[in-house]
Structures are given as C-alpha cells and as structure tokens.
Design a protein around this ligand. Structure first.
Ligand SMILES: [Zn+2]
Ligand SMILES: [Zn+2]
Ligand SMILES: [Zn+2]
Length: 124
C-alpha cells in the first residue's frame, strides 16, 4: 500500500507510526502474500524479530491475516481480501493472489505452481 494509506491504517488501528511498520505495510499490496522471511529479505536493515513482532501486532489488529500456505509456511496478506486463490513461484517462492476459479468458496485452499513474471524475465 502507498505510504499515506499505511499511515492512515496505523492511525485508525491506534498503532504508533514507526518507520519499520510503515515500510512493512508499504510492501504489502493486494496482489501478493508474504512469508516473514521474504519481508525480512526485502526490508533489509530490520531484524527478523522486529518483522515477526510487527506482523503479530498488525494481524491482531485485523490489518493483516495469516494463513498457512504451501509446505506449511505462514503467509501474511491484507485481511480485507475476500476468498481467493494463490500462485506460488517454484523458482523464488513468491506468492501471488488471484481470483479463485471455483464457485464454492468453502473448505479449500487453491495453489497454482508457476514461474512468476520476474523469474520469467530473468531467464529470458
Ligand atoms: Zn519467481
Ligand atoms: Zn492471497
Ligand atoms: Zn476458492
């Protein structure tokens, strides 16, 4: 999300506007779900325990949701997203959020394995 929305989101949740929280929220957009490790790699200069602590707080406040994805890994994404399916890149592990092709939204977790756009571009 863009910085202004991230600031507003923290304010509405009654959370202090720390640089780490802002940077974390700025990475999170509706098109992707993240593991803590992926966020940690992307954020640099923030230690992993801070990433985990902020993910926990943001999940408790209902801004993020945690789900168990491929291989039992915990993924974090925007809580406001309704039911959808995921793509998992078998190259870099990036998880994308896509509309679910099934009509019944109950009781399933759909994951499609693919090579993501940036990996495809890298291999070209
Ligand atoms: Zn990839
Ligand atoms: Zn998702
Ligand atoms: Zn579905």
């Amino acid at each position: 999300m863009i910085k202004a929305i991230a600031e507003k989101t923290l304010r509405q949740a009654g959370l202090r506007k720390t640089t780490d929280r802002l940077h974390l929220l700025e990475l999170i957009d509706p098109a992707r779900a993240w593991t803590a490790d992926q966020l940690f790699t992307e954020l640099k200069k923030v230690n992993l325990s801070t990433v985990y602590r902020n993910l926990t707080v943001l999940t408790e406040k209902g801004i993020l949701r945690s789900i168990i994805g491929h291989g039992g890994k915990t993924l974090y994404e925007l809580a406001e997203r309704s039911h959808h399916a995921h793509t998992v890149c078998h190259d870099c592990g990036q998880v994308g959020c896509i509309p679910c092709p099934l009509k019944d939204s109950s009781n399933h977790l759909l994951e499609f394995y693919e090579t993501c756009e940036s990996c495809l571009a890298r291999h070209r």
